[in-house]
Design a protein around this ligand. Sequence first.
Ligand SMILES: Cc1ncc(COP(=O)(O)O)c(C=O)c1O
Length: 277
Amino acid sequence: MSAAVAPAAVTRSDCAQGAMLTVDLAAVAANTRFFASRAKGEVMAVVKADGFGHGCVPAARTALENGATWLGVTSIAEGLALREAGFAAPMLSWLNPVDADFGPALEAGIDLAVPSLQHLSGVTRAAIAAGHRGRVHLHLDVGMARDGADPAEWPGLCRAAFRGEQRGQLHVAGLMGHLGCADRPADPCNEAGRTCFGWGLRAARGAGLRPAIRHLAATAATLTDPRTHHSLCRIGAGLVNYPTEWWHWSYGDRYWALMTGATAAVYGPVGQDQVAR
Ligand SMILES: Cc1ncc(COP(=O)(O)O)c(C=O)c1O
C-alpha cells in the first residue's frame, strides 16, 4: 500500500486577510433553549477549552440564561476561572490527572469526576485536608475509552467511594458515562454503552450508593436517543455548532492556527486527487 502524499503547507497568502471568528451568542442562546426543551432532565453546558474556542465566559453566561443549569469543564483551572468570573452554578470538572491539585476545586464547590481508585484517593486526601466532603461523580467507561473506569474496576470503585461517604469524606453526587459512537445511532456500540451504564448504576446501588444525578448523553445521544438522557445531558458541540475538537488531535491544522494566532497552518486538507493510491 502506498503512503498518502504529504499535504503542501498553507501559507499566509492563501489565507488572504487572515482568519476571523465571529461568535453569534444569539445562536448559542437558541441552541441552549432547543436542548433544554429536548432533554428529559437538566442540561449541562460543556464550556471546556474556552467554550470550544468561543469564549467560556460569554458562552457559559448565555447558556445559563437560556436553560442550562450546570457547567462542565475539563480542567480545574477552567472551573476556577469561571468561579472567579462569578458563576455559582453547579459545575463538574473531568479529565483531570491523578496528581491534580483537587483542593482548590473542592473549596470552590466544583464537583470532580472520578474515573479510578487513584483519583478517588487523591480527592479523598484533598477533602480531608479541606475538612469537608468532596463531591464526586464516579465515571464508568462505557466505550469511549477516554477517561472513565474500566468495568472490571467499577464495583471496587463504588465500594471504596461508599466507604468514603460513610467516613464523611466524600459525597457521591453523580454517576456518569460517555458514549463512544452516539453520532452513529445505528452502531451496536450504543446499545452496548447503554447496557453497560445500566449495569454500572445497579452495581453502584448494590454498593450502597444513592447518587441523585445520572448522566450519559452528550449532544448526539441527546438528539437521537431519549433512553440515554437520565437526569442530565452534557451538551458541548450542540451549543456552539462546532463539532471539530481540534485540541484533541489536530496540532498544526487550520483550526489550530486560528485559535493559537499562528500566521499559517502547518498543513491543510488535500483533495482526493492528491492522495497516492
Ligand atoms: C465527558 C464529556 N461529556 C460531554 C462532552 C460534550 O460532547 P459533545 O460536544 O458531543 O456534546 C464532552 C466533550 O468532549 C465530554 O468529554
